[in-house]
Design a protein around this ligand. Structure first.
Ligand SMILES: [Fe+2]
Ligand SMILES: [Fe+2]
Length: 474
């Protein structure tokens, strides 16, 4: 396995020092990347020393080093998972053929598109989260936010390496465009709507890392099966980092819920908000918002593009080796309910056309397990309230359900009913105002927590809860 070369200005395990032209191109891009980071990266405590992990090896175990780093001095690098000997294309028309180490020219356009769309999400999330440190509930949480931010930026690096290495001038232009778009900007927005949504409160941040980062886990899982081996290896290493992001989200939601449970017991009327906590109904509305927006990221339920990507071996089925049955997927079908004259009608669709929907259904199941775990927190606290996942047709903006209104049970409803009830289902202006008042200042004393969240059960890398995870200078 190639070791990480830290003597190079860009840490890497891809032998960058021996390719001077590539190194020069990436060094130029690095300068632009650093101005992007200072312009739209973390805006509060951005110059502080932060207790961060940095990748030191692409091996699954023992790959990180922990220490204080100023974020703009973070060693963003290029790490590919080790090459699998004699790897073959796992599924589609070319199943069993040797994977490509060089870009297959006939798939240049499609692979470039797949890489750019995945890459665009990475800097977008950093931009969406750039003000959150200003209202952090603790130094522990602030550090976790920054860890997520530097790793999303590293994922951008991973994709830019592929663009510079394999796509020539087009790739370099796309790499620059990734630094030019801005989350939420009207004139040059990010490519996917979810990454233009404001993520202004910590409740949104925890939902985002639970549900939107979880989309990343599934997309990267499908790209890790690509026949274009450099892309597959890049994505395999990114998945390793993604696990911590999901932990930050789910444990954050769990801590909010357990705090709300404590506060509701303290109040004679069970009023969490009156005690300075976040009401569970509000948490449910934020779950509904971020979960439904994240479902859109999987693309159309029936998709010719997805079918072609699968057939050509560009994007596989996640964990292909564990999927039973036929690798070509020529005979299998999927039932997908479709809207016809105002009613849902079950239609049978060739599975190749439903690759997006298959991946989305796996994601839905995984999110269901998250909800079960959160409900266990409520049950342990002796509360009757339970969270639910809205139906995958609810509040969709894209795909075949994007044009009809559905209630959280997935039944089609009239626009009037949607308007009348949406405030029960989705975050309201009042919710946003309430959270803004609850989270008006950062908590920066080591070991202290904002009143609306419980402390974590353990610190990072064996450090105590009152460790100074961010040296804020205060
Ligand atoms: Fe990422
Ligand atoms: Fe992530």
């Amino acid at each position: 396995m190639a070791k990480v070369d830290y003597s190079c200005l860009i840490p890497n395990n891809v032998g960058l020092s021996s390719d001077k032209a590539l190194l020069r191109g990436l060094r130029d891009w690095q300068t632009r990347f650093l101005s992007w980071w200072s312009e739209v990266g973390p805006q509060v405590f951005g110059d502080s020393e932060v207790y961060l992990r940095t990748a030191v090896s692409p091996a699954t175990w023992g790959w990180a080093h922990f220490g204080y780093v100023r974020m703009h001095e973070y060693r963003w690098g290029i790490f590919l998972a080790p090459r699998v000997k004699d790897r073959v294309i796992p599924g589609g028309d070319f199943a069993g053929d040797k994977v490509w180490q060089e870009l297959p020219s006939e798939h240049r356009q499609s692979l470039q598109r797949l890489i750019v769309v995945q890459a665009d999400a990475e800097p977008a999330s950093v931009e969406q989260q750039r003000h959150l440190a200003g209202t952090c509930p603790s130094l522990y949480d602030c550090r976790n936010l920054f860890q997520v931010n530097v790793e999303e930026a590293r994922h951008l690096w991973a994709m830019v390496y592929l663009l510079h290495t394999h796509f020539g001038e087009d790739g370099r232009n796309e790499a620059d465009a990734l630094l030019a778009r801005r989350a939420g900007a009207t004139d040059r927005p990010r490519l996917l709507d979810t990454f233009n949504e404001p993520c202004a409160e910590w409740l949104s941040f925890f939902c985002f890392t639970t549900f939107t980062d979880r989309d990343g886990k599934f997309q990267l899982g499908a790209l890790a099966e690509s026949g274009f081996d450099p892309l597959a290896r890049t994505c395999r290493f990114m998945i390793t980092e993604e696990a911590h992001h999901l932990f930050v989200g789910e444990s954050g939601l769990g801590r909010i819920i357990s705090r709300s449970a404590d506060l509701s017991r303290r109040d004679p009327n069970g009023d969490v908000a009156a005690q300075g906590g976040i009401p569970l109904e509000m948490v449910q509305r934020y779950i509904n918002h971020w979960y439904s927006f994240s479902l859109d990221l999987f693309g159309s339920e029936i998709s010719n593009n997805a079918s072609e990507y699968f057939a050509a071996g560009l994007k596989g089925r996640r964990s292909e080796a564990r999927v039973p049955g036929d690798r070509l997927v020529l005979k299998s079908t999927v039932r997908i309910p479709q809207m016809e004259e105002g009613c849902l009608v079950d239609r049978v669709v060739p599975m190749r056309l439903a690759m997006n929907e298959l991946l989305r259904r796996e994601y839905v199941k995984d999110c269901g397990r998250v909800i079960d775990r959160l409900n266990r927190v409520l049950a342990d606290a002796g509360l009757d309230f339970r969270f639910t996942l809205p139906h995958s047709r609810f509040n969709r903006h894209h795909g075949m359900y994007g044009k009809t209104r559905f209630n959280p049970q997935g039944e089609p409803i009239a626009t009037g009913q949607w308007e009348a009830e949406r405030e029960l289902w989705l975050p309201t202006e009042a919710d946003r105002g309430f959270l803004a008042s609850l989270m008006s200042a950062p908590v920066v004393t080591p070991g202290e927590m904002a009143a609306w969240i419980s402390p974590p059960s353990r610190g990072i890398n064996g450090m105590p809860a009152d460790f100074k995870y961010v040296r804020t200078g205060r």
